[in-house]
Design a protein around this ligand. Structure first.
Ligand code: HEC
Ligand code: HEC
Ligand code: HEC
Ligand code: HEC
Ligand code: HEC
Ligand code: HEC
Ligand code: HEC
Ligand code: HEC
Length: 507
């Protein structure tokens, strides 16, 4: 039904039809029909949790039924499922339509006023209507963020050296294992906790005594969270509940919650860049709700989503980039040093990687790549083309080529600085000045080792992030950039010379 016929019918026939017509019209604000079950949830929760209900009422889920959404054809379609269960099709996506899905799959399903409700709605639940996004996201390295950290023996040592509880006994420092709270508020805040039902409790609520599951690891919205149906991640990491807005995910502060540094300073670098500057001054004039997103018409400088995720078209509606919830498609280098920048891993599960020394790292300490597990130079070039296609809609080729030429040089130069630092560190380990992996000891827990790890984890990374995303001068130099990187090499050399003069370690 097109809009003019729709309007005509409304005018002719009065007020009950707009609901039907509005459903087919993407921009209509009229509410969609609400299922009986959702009405029951709303009757209670509107008074107990007005914040939750208001968030939902302002969402597209409250306004547009799956049946209406599935009528949309072409690039503007938001429901990628071709077959949504009959019972869900003609009602708004309400509390019951999400919290009652697949009850047998969730360990936290509990009897709640006669309904089998689960608390943690998972990506697999969203997949009922959004299978493409859920499948892509599951292949995104983010979905594997918990496992990639938790099941890597070397990274565990980094984690322990940072989160572990220091204690001094008889004048000697020792570090014991960190507690669950330190893990959940530390590394796993972003990487994701593992949720587990540990029992149930009866709460005395305003609606009387009700029984609820007790969930360990909750709350958490880490990108690699292990859910109670075994699925990975939280869509709410970028589409916060209960509005689940796309516009929000397109804005850089959403990503900045986890990508702010100093190890991964993407947001800081972005804000200092020309792109960030234009976004901050002008974004209120742009349209963050349009699908597809037209370069030039809807926005005039890129956000994180533009370069890494969004479906983009030009003014003639030619597709410039396909949407991807699997962000690797446009990335050629992994600039986050482990310990050197290296070609992107082939598999999002990085625990399978072994370097030539047999360690679960994508690079050797002397700079070689674990190439078998990383993408080829050819694939790097393909992915670079995917990214530059976007730049070329706002810049000419000499600008973009010049940018990436410098970036490639910066990758090699920053890797070379990390190599110099690591050669010094190796010599400290070899001479017994510190103890590292070769001695079966934590390579991150001594003062000299911190000088070394600050070099690659903070400074080399910052230099590369500033270069990749045109992030202004300071992050390339004085704000955790080349100044501090060169200083850490000098400090290591100095420290090594001093330790040598002092002679072998005394216990
Ligand atoms: C009779 C009132 C009532 C009805 C009907 C009701 N709820 Fe609740 N619900 C509550 C109360 C009260 C709480 C507990 C609030 C608290 O502990 O702060 C709650 C808690 C919840 C929780 C969170 C549980 C937790 O431990 O985190 C979810 C999820 C939930 N309800 C979903 C629903 C859904 C979905 C429906 C409809 C199918 C529904 N509720 C119907 C009253 C109700
Ligand atoms: C589109 C699916 C969807 C709809 C619709 C939905 N929820 Fe949720 N809800 C979620 C997700 C997802 C989470 C957990 C998010 C996470 O951390 O990953 C959640 C979490 C919750 C929680 C626990 C978290 C908290 O902040 O206490 C409550 C309570 C809740 N929802 C109630 C409701 C009520 C009431 C409604 C209806 C007004 C509703 N939900 C509608 C998906 C949904
Ligand atoms: C029963 C089907 C259904 C389920 C389950 C569902 N959605 Fe949706 N979703 C929809 C419909 C319908 C729309 C509106 C489509 C439109 O506007 O054309 C939508 C729209 C969206 C949008 C776009 C919002 C915007 O601002 O444009 C996002 C993001 C989204 N859903 C995320 C989720 C997430 C995350 C979950 C799981 C927590 C989920 N959905 C569960 C049907 C569903
Ligand atoms: C503020 C959010 C945040 C916290 C907290 C956090 N990380 Fe990360 N971590 C990230 C991001 C973002 C990346 C990806 C960086 C990139 O690819 O550029 C990442 C990637 C990693 C990787 C690479 C994993 C792989 O194989 O792909 C390791 C190792 C790591 N982090 C270790 C840690 C440790 C150890 C802690 C706790 C001491 C920690 N992180 C805390 C955000 C975080
Ligand atoms: C809740 C935290 C969180 C949020 C929010 C978040 N990320 Fe991430 N992101 C991570 C973590 C953690 C990793 C690293 C996972 C690993 O290495 O195992 C990561 C990895 C990445 C990567 C590296 C992919 C690769 O293959 O090397 C990119 C790019 C990225 N995120 C972009 C974004 C963008 C863009 C946004 C916002 C739209 C965003 N992230 C929001 C935590 C987050
Ligand atoms: C790292 C951040 C991030 C996470 C996590 C994420 N999304 Fe998205 N999502 C985005 C961005 C950014 C967009 C806007 C894409 C665009 O501009 O084309 C988007 C768009 C969407 C849309 C609208 C698509 C359309 O056709 O308009 C849906 C639906 C959606 N996401 C569902 C999900 C589901 C389901 C999950 C969990 C499996 C999820 N997202 C997880 C960032 C994220
Ligand atoms: C102008 C486009 C552009 C914008 C805007 C942008 N990025 Fe990037 N980003 C890039 C390029 C180019 C690379 C390097 C890709 C390569 O090596 O192929 C990159 C790399 C990354 C990486 C490195 C992943 C890794 O493997 O270590 C992360 C994480 C990232 N960006 C996150 C973000 C976040 C978060 C924002 C917003 C605050 C953002 N980006 C804004 C273009 C952009
Ligand atoms: C939507 C348009 C748009 C896209 C897409 C875009 N840019 Fe830009 N970019 C701009 C605008 C506008 C400026 C500001 C130019 C000026 O200062 O006059 C800019 C500035 C820059 C600068 C200058 C930074 C400085 O201050 O010296 C670089 C470098 C740059 N862009 C690189 C890129 C690269 C690389 C990509 C793709 C990964 C890209 N841009 C994508 C619009 C865009």
């Amino acid at each position: 039904m097109n809009r003019s016929i729709c309007l005509l019918i409304i005018v002719l026939m009065g007020s009950c039809l707009p609901i039907l017509c509005a459903a087919a019209d993407q921009d209509a604000a009229a509410p969609a029909a609400i299922s009986d079950a959702t009405q029951e949830c709303l009757d209670c929760h509107a008074s107990f949790h007005p914040g939750i209900v208001a968030g939902w009422r302002n969402s597209r889920h409250a306004a547009i039924t799956p049946a209406a959404a599935m009528k949309v054809t072409g690039e503007g379609r938001k429901v990628s499922a071709t077959d949504v269960p009959e019972s869900l099709r003609t009602v708004a996506v309400g509390c019951a339509e999400c919290h009652l899905l697949r009850p047998e799959a969730h360990a936290d399903t509990f009897d709640h006023n006669g309904y089998d409700v689960h608390v943690v709605v998972s990506p697999q639940d969203c997949a009922t209507c959004h299978p493409q996004e859920a499948e892509q996201y599951d292949r995104n390295i983010m979905a594997h963020a918990r496992k990639n950290l938790k099941e890597n023996a070397v990274y565990n040592q980094l984690q322990r050296s940072i989160l572990g509880q220091p204690e001094v006994a008889d004048g000697r420092l020792s570090v014991t294992a960190e507690g669950a709270a330190a893990r959940a508020e530390g590394c796993y805040y972003c990487h994701g906790t593992e949720l587990k039902v540990t029992g149930s409790e009866v709460r005395d609520t305003d609606a009387g005594e009700l029984e609820f599951p007790i969930i360990a690891g909750w709350p958490n919205q880490g990108v690699g969270r292990i859910n109670l149906d075994g699925s990975r991640g939280s869509c709410a990491a970028c589409h916060t509940r209960h509005q689940f807005s796309m516009a929000m995910a397109r804005k850089p502060d959403t990503c900045g919650e986890c990508h702010v540094g100093p190890d991964v300073p993407a947001l800081k670098v972005y804000k200092a860049s020309k792109h960030g500057n234009i976004y901050l001054s002008k974004h209120h004039e742009w349209d963050f709700d349009k699908v597809p997103w037209t370069i030039g018409d809807d926005f005039r400088a890129p956000t994180c989503a533009t370069c890494h995720i969004s479906l983009l078209v030009d003014s003639d509606e030619n597709v410039v980039a396909e949407r991807t919830h699997e962000m690797k498609n446009r990335l050629s280098w992994r600039i986050f040093g482990l310990i050197y920048a290296h070609p992107q891993p082939i598999n999002p599960d990085t625990t399978i990687i072994r370097n030539s020394e047999g360690r679960p790292l994508p690079t050797d300490f002397d700079g070689g790549f674990a190439q078998k597990f990383l993408i080829s130079t050819e694939e790097q070039a393909n992915r670079r083309m995917e990214m530059t296609a976007i730049c070329l809609k706002c810049h000419d080729s000499s600008w973009v080529d010049g940018h990436f030429k410098r970036y490639e040089e910066t990758i090699h130069a920053s890797n070379a600085s990390v190599k110099a630092a690591t050669d010094l560190m190796r010599s400290a380990w070899d001479q017994g000045i510190a103890t590292g992996l070769d001695q079966d000891q934590n390579p991150f827990d001594e003062a000299i080792e911190r000088i070394w790890s600050d070099g690659w984890l903070f400074y080399a990374n910052t230099v590369r992030f500033a270069s990749a995303m045109a992030g202004g001068g300071d992050y390339g130099v004085f704000a955790d950039g080349r100044y501090q990187l060169s200083r850490s090499v000098i400090q290591l050399a100095d420290r090594l010379a001093l330790e040598k003069r002092l002679g072998p370690r005394r216990e």
